[in-house]
Write a protein that binds this ligand. Structure first.
Ligand code: C5P
Length: 235
């Protein structure tokens, strides 16, 4: 039996755990994917995987090794040879803990640059599918519901206004070296979103069968409840 967080003040419902679902959460930067995906995974006892951290780790390694970020074969070879571990606690690549190092504006750009390369995506998508092979997973990213797990049991597309997303990003404590002015964050975020939405390889968009949740002006609890309602309907 599975215990889920319930509505405030009410006894949490206990649901029979029939099978371990695959839950895809996509959306632009700052829409709340990380916070919501973590909370949903914790509530269900599922694994949470931040697929963006994999692109960031590859960007970090390529920069460190002096591999130009537009050299598709070289970056894909580096990604294919690297051991990348993304857990709730840390992100490592070839044993190096890059948890904090990958959360900078420079790594935002590096991740988006390597994410444009189809051969790099092929390597990472394959890893993501392996990690999610047994279900019981909440994976967040840009193409999880459209490409990585097109048959996911639950697809959520989180969105929010650019202003709200920039405000959240500017106050995110996990980020280092971030410009403090919300307007600067907004400029960088809008540009990265544009790249993610317009690239040829797996651009960001909501799958036809995704439930779109606008998180603007909502608390984390509200959004988590909304998403859990969608999940419960599938159990
Ligand atoms: O989610 P996060 O902002 O950490 O992702 C960093 C970058 O990685 C994104 O801007 C996007 O270019 C890329 N990405 C992607 N597909 C994913 C996850 C992230 O292309 N599934």
């Amino acid at each position: 039996m599975l215990q889920l967080p319930g509505r405030a003040g009410k006894v949490p419902p206990v649901l029979p755990c029939m099978r371990k679902l695959t839950i895809a959460i996509d959306g632009p930067s700052g829409a709340g994917k990380g916070t919501v995906a973590r909370a949903i995974a914790a509530g269900l006892g599922y694994r949470h995987v931040d697929s963006g951290a994999m692109y960031r780790a590859v960007g970090w390694k390529a920069l460190g090794e002096g591999v130009p970020l537009d050299q598709e074969d070289a970056v894909a070879a580096l990604a294919g040879a690297a051991r990348i571990d993304v857990t709730a606690a840390a992100v490592t690549i070839d044993g190096v803990d890059v948890t904090r190092a990958i959360r900078t504006p420079e790594m935002d750009r590096a991740a988006a640059a390597v994410a444009r390369l189809p051969k790099v995506r092929a390597v990472l998508v394959e890893r993501q599918r392996q990690v999610g092979a047994d279900g019981g997973i909440v994976m967040e990213g840009r193409d999880i519901g459209t490409v990585v797990f097109p048959y996911a049991d639950v697809k959520i597309y989180l969105d929010a206004t650019p202003e709200e997303r920039a405000r959240r990003r500017a106050s995110d404590p996990s980020r280092s070296g971030v410009p403090s002015a919300v307007s600067d964050v907004a400029t960088l975020l809008t540009e990265r979103d544009r790249l993610d939405r317009t690239r040829a390889a797996s651009p960001l968009y909501a799958a036809d069968d995704a439930v779109v949740v606008d998180t603007t002006g909502k608390s984390v609890d509200e959004v988590v409840r909304e998403v859990l309602d969608v999940v419960r309907a599938k159990m």
